[in-house]
Design a protein around this ligand. Structure first.
Ligand SMILES: Cc1cc2nc3c(=O)[nH]c(=O)nc-3n(C[C@H](O)[C@H](O)[C@H](O)COP(=O)(O)OP(=O)(O)OC[C@H]3O[C@@H](n4cnc5c(N)ncnc54)[C@H](O)[C@@H]3O)c2cc1C
Length: 424
């Protein structure tokens, strides 16, 4: 029996396991998924939990047992991976060793609050984050107690998981305090190392305009050095201080520690990965997908999803003696909830930044790109159902509705200086 071992049962690992299981003969191929958790979390819900958004009050609203999400014929082992021995082609875990013919790494990334002086000391006093299930619930309680003052959302450094989460958080905070009738007593500020609200210029100008209308201050080019929770200030490397009453921190990120410990990482826990084929650059029998790669696109669930499809195509081709010819173009898309029952949508890739237009169909949409609409909001709400019932079990319609390649259809390509940018 030949063996595929998949590391991590998050978005990328689950989709990969299910799509490979559907395509490979069960009598010839064993597929094993290893994850230290028993539960899979719908992480976009971590942004809604702090605000007790309708349908997002407790952890059961955003989680399901991993085992229930994997197809029949996929073996699941819940244990911590402690080493990947690429010479022996073996994964070592706290519950024994697993040999592999092919390895798919999808271990994601994690926050490191200890990297910033003073940040951890302030945790649960007046410093919170929303990047883990527990911290999202703790922030919910802190927001409930909050009556007036400065809410500062700070991004310590890039890259972060879900680069739209900071702007989405401040939009939702505006709506939350408005609904509680205390918006006039609360200042909201987004403090970021980027030159603006997002990584790409056209989207940045759209988000900045909305923030302005909502009375949200954006402080760009700010590189966090220290947090002083007793004085309630953050201080940049060049000495600029900003006061806060509640700090919503987005700490520095790194890939999984085991990647670095096994000599597979780039120094920050990310696997050097071919940005098109998704093969680990130095290891012929390893594919790398999701937040744990170093490819230059967003760390987003949509990316992990599209990458899983390209990876599966390439791995199947190699198994059948062919070459890994499928190419990932960096495709990423994401709804951005902006409060008051509206949301925006962005769709882009390595070369093409988010553009205005309609998605997925020209003229019809029904979603609008880079524009606040109620239908986008409905799409964002429906997405959780689609995630559990269509995306993870690999039951999406695919062509022509949704492809892993970023399409020019419906987009205002006239805004681009070079329309050949869509070619991979
Ligand atoms: C607040 C928030 C909002 C988001 N919003 C969006 C959104 O709107 N749209 C979007 O597309 N994306 C969004 N994302 C991002 C999305 O959730 C991630 O990009 C996606 O989950 C990445 O998938 P992955 O498989 O690479 O990693 P993950 O889904 O994080 O899975 C990694 C898995 O590896 C396991 N693991 C790690 N180390 C070990 C080890 N040593 N041993 C065993 N198991 C291990 C973990 O337990 C985990 O289950 C959001 C994320 C957050 C936090």
């Amino acid at each position: 029996m030949k063996k595929i071992v998949i590391l991590g049962a998050g978005t990328g690992g689950t989709i990969s396991a299910n799509s490979l299981r559907k395509k490979l003969d069960k009598r010839e191929w064993q597929i094993t998924v290893i994850d230290k958790n028993q539960m899979h979390y719908y992480q976009p819900g971590f942004l809604f939990l702090p605000f007790r958004f309708p349908g997002y009050k407790e952890l059961p609203d955003v989680s399901r047992p991993i085992k229930s999400l994997l197809c029949k014929g996929v073996d699941f082992v819940s244990t911590e991976i402690i080493e990947i021995d690429v010479k022996k082609k073996r994964v070592e875990t706290k519950s024994g060793n697993f040999d592999y013919d092919w390895l798919v790494s999808s271990l994601g990334c994690r926050i490191i609050p200890d990297d910033i002086e003073g940040m951890k000391d302030g945790y649960e006093k007046n410093v919170f984050d929303f990047y883990t299930p527990d911290s999202a619930i703790k922030l919910q309680r802190a927001l409930e107690r909050f009556e007036k003052g400065n809410v500062v959302l700070n991004v310590a450094e890039m890259p972060i998981k879900c680069p739209v989460a900071p702007i989405e958080f401040v939009f939702l905070a505006d709506y939350y305090f408005y609904k509680r009738g205390i918006r006039n007593k609360v200042e909201i500020e987004l403090v970021t190392p980027l030159p603006g609200a997002f990584t790409k210029p056209i989207a940045t100008s759209v988000f900045s305009e909305i923030a302005k209308q909502k009375g949200i201050k954006i402080t760009p080019n700010y590189n966090l050095g220290e947090v002083h929770h007793e004085k309630k200030i953050i201080k940049s490397y060049d000495g600029k201080e900003i006061d806060y009453d509640l700090l919503v921190a987005i700490p520095p990120f790194e890939g999984a520690a085991v990647i670095e410990d096994s000599g597979l990482g780039n120094g920050a826990g990310y696997i050097p990965t071919d940005k098109h084929t998704l093969k680990a650059l130095k290891h012929e029998d390893i594919y790398s997908i999701g937040d744990g790669t170093d490819v230059p696109t967003s760390k987003a669930g949509s990316v992990a999803h599209f990458e899983s499809e390209v990876m599966a195509e390439n791995l199947l081709s190699e198994i059948n003696g062919g070459a890994p010819t499928a190419k990932f173009d960096g495709h990423s898309n994401c709804f951005i909830e902006s409060g008051f029952n509206k949301a925006l949508l962005i769709d882009f890739n390595y070369k093409v930044e988010p553009l205005p237009g309609k998605f997925p169909l020209p003229v019809i949409g029904p979603f609008s790109l880079l524009k606040e609409t109620r239908i986008n909001h409905q799409g964002k709400l429906a997405f959780r159902w689609a995630y559990w019932n269509q995306i993870l079990p690999c039951k999406l319609p695919g062509e022509p509705i949704l492809t892993n390649e970023c399409s020019p259809r419906g987009k205002k390509v006239s805004m681009l200086t070079d329309s050949s940018l869509f070619e991979i």
